[in-house]
Design a protein around this ligand. Structure first.
Ligand code: SF4
Length: 201
């Protein structure tokens, strides 16, 4: 077994993939700094590491789950270690599909792992051709070409979904533009628009 990423949290969830119960594996660190980040501490690398044995126990004993979701943070930051984790999950639970969540900024890594997973959840945080609005949300540099490549890679996999948080500064026209983008490039995969919850930073 190769090097694995540190695991920041583990959770069995009924709300993260439509109609499925998931085992969520949270990996630390993120290259975005989104307003209202749902996992600020993990994204900033503040966590108590979960021992590998706990993950192995979950994989070997948690039979209520239908899917494994690797999330974060931005899992793609872990590169080859992420691929090692996917291989470990596959070996122990070949019966479960694997989804990886991503902000779409690292398409080279998504391309590397695409044939090892069953889907991605790609966040579309603003109209992809409105760089100012995108960067206002993520508080980092945004590259539309990277997001476009990520969407195209994800669009071909059966468990892919696209997600948008309805930030208060997105207008109805913005949401319509995002929907058009997903329906044009997303391979017909579901697009979930989730409510925004203010987070005190
Ligand atoms: S991409 Fe996700 S994990 Fe990263 S800062 Fe934004 S909301 Fe948080």
């Amino acid at each position: 077994m190769g090097d694995l990423p540190k695991i920041a949290s583990l959770l069995t969830s009924t709300i993260d993939h439509p109609g499925m119960i998931s085992l969520n594996i949270y990996l630390p660190y993120c290259n975005f700094n989104c307003i209202g980040c749902h996992n600020r501490a993990i994204a900033k690398g503040k966590f108590n590491e979960i021992p590998l044995e706990k993950l192995i126990w979950e994989l070997d004993n948690n039979f209520i789950v239908d899917i494994v979701i690797i999330t974060g943070g931005e899992p793609a930051l872990h590169g080859a270690k992420l691929l090692n984790l996917i291989d470990l999950i596959r070996k122990r639970r070949g019966d479960l599909p694997i989804r990886v969540d991503s902000n779409g900024s690292l398409p080279d890594i998504l391309e590397m792992i695409a044939c090892h997973v069953d889907g991605f959840a790609i966040d579309i945080k603003a109209p992809p051709f409105d760089r100012d609005k995108y960067e206002k949300t993520i508080r980092a540099r945004f590259c539309p070409d990277d997001l476009m490549r990520s969407v195209k890679i994800a669009s071909g996999l059966p468990y892919t979904i696209f997600r948008t948080v309805k930030y208060p500064w997105l207008t109805e026209d913005d949401l319509e533009e995002i929907r058009r983008f997903v329906s044009t490039y997303g391979g017909g995969k579901p697009h979930l628009v989730n409510p925004y919850f203010e987070v005190i930073e």
